[in-house]
Design a protein around this ligand. Structure first.
Ligand SMILES: Nc1ncnc2c1ncn2[C@@H]1O[C@H](COP(=O)(O)OP(=O)(O)OP(=O)(O)O)[C@@H](O)[C@H]1O
Ligand SMILES: [Mg+2]
Length: 346
């Protein structure tokens, strides 16, 4: 969340005006994957990040964990600026913040047993304790895997079991923050809730802070304290989860809130296969004005001229939409307003 005018919160990670541009050299087309993204993660809480394919969620995840450097902008952890392009700083960052990927098998070496994979992490991060075997058993127990899994190779694991191993690997370095990039999207519907429950329990036990990235609002709902809604590389609305989804201000948030989740693995596979082409077309079309204008039912001439800034409308609730901001500014004097883009304003 972003701190509101009246909120005092304990922030563990703060990203300020992150920009990430891909391509643009030697005739390549340029992709503005992230534009001025500012977010803050509260200690011990979960910030859900939602938005459709190609809006920049994974790019943000890679910047947060230092896998890629931003084109501009800064990241602070515990108040310390992280220079992501310095090797030592990146290494220190890696200890504090860990990424869990959508496809657990992509992050596991097929030639390593579960035990070996965990031992490897302890070794790489110089975390070898006197009793590495006991530490590995502890990590496995933490993610709900019994000792018989220690000798298994990735191909002998189900998707859910492999994701548990990936989570155990992330926990091995004793991080403060996990960036969970669609950690349940590649799993069978039946095991998604199990992994969410596991993550909630671990967060509670270890007092971790999470970024939980998803295109699926129904997943974010169960785990998020705060939420940031992204559209074409920008945060268009953010605030407490309840605040944002009981009173969505941005028309895109309203559309997401109204969308019925489709718990269908076939749908999920076709979504992943289709990638971000649909959004990419729009990136190329939007040169100025609000990036949502081409799709917006409430579009006004001003929306095609200037991009709205992310602005606080009530304590900690921010939105970037000309129409929503006008409605919000009139709300105290005219509570009967009915043209709120959220549609279900009181
Ligand atoms: N390495 C790269 N080079 C060029 N363009 C990239 C690169 N990585 C991402 N992009 C582009 O940046 C934009 C954001 O991509 P990103 O993967 O962050 O989206 P996403 O929200 O994670 O999507 P999804 O829900 O499909 O995972 C897209 O237009 C994508 O094509
Ligand atoms: Mg992604």
């Amino acid at each position: 969340m972003l701190e509101g005018s009246f909120t005092v919160v304990d922030i563990v990670l703060r990203a300020h005006d992150l920009v990430k541009v891909y391509g643009g050299r030697r005739g390549q087309s340029q992709v503005d994957a992230l534009s001025d993204v500012s977010i803050a993660l509260e200690k011990g809480k979960t910030l859900g990040i939602v938005g459709e394919s190609g809006c920049g969620k994974s790019t943000l995840a890679r910047l947060l964990v230092g896998l890629e450097a931003p084109s501009s902008g800064t990241i602070e952890i515990n108040g310390h600026l992280v220079q992501a392009n310095e090797h030592s700083a990146r290494r220190a960052l890696a200890r504090k913040i860990q990424l869990v990927f959508q496809d657990p098998f992509s992050s596991l070496d097929p030639r390593m047993t579960v035990e070996k994979a965990l031992a490897e992490v302890l070794k790489v991060h110089s975390l070898q304790t006197n009793d590495a075997v006991a530490r590995i058993a502890e990590l496995m127990a933490m993610v709900g895997l019994t000792a018989r899994f220690a000798s298994r190779y990735p191909h002998e694991l189900s998707g859910g079991q492999a994701q548990r191993v990936a989570i155990a690997r992330a926990l091995a370095v004793e991080p403060q923050i996990l960036v969970l990039d669609e950690p349940t999207s590649a799993l069978d519907v039946s095991v998604r809730a199990e992994i969410i429950n596991l993550l909630v329990r671990i967060q509670d036990e270890l007092k971790l802070s999470y970024f939980f990235i998803s295109h699926d609002l129904s997943m974010v709902r169960h785990i998020s304290d705060d939420i940031a809604v992204m559209y074409l590389g920008r945060v268009v609305e953010t605030g407490r989860y309840d605040q944002v989804f009981s009173t969505p201000l941005h028309p895109y948030t309203s559309a997401l809130a109204d969308a019925i989740p489709v718990p269908d693995p076939e749908h999920e596979r076709s979504r992943q296969a289709s990638g971000s082409d649909a959004v990419q077309v729009q990136v190329d079309q939007v040169t100025r004005g609000c990036p949502y204008a081409p799709r917006c039912a409430l579009v006004e001439p001003a929306c095609r001229e200037t991009a709205p800034a992310l602005t606080e409308t009530s304590d900690g609730h921010f939105v970037s939409c000309h129409v929503a901001l006008r409605v919000a500014s009139r709300r105290p004097t005219d509570p009967t307003m009915s043209d709120a883009p959220g549609g279900d304003e009181p």
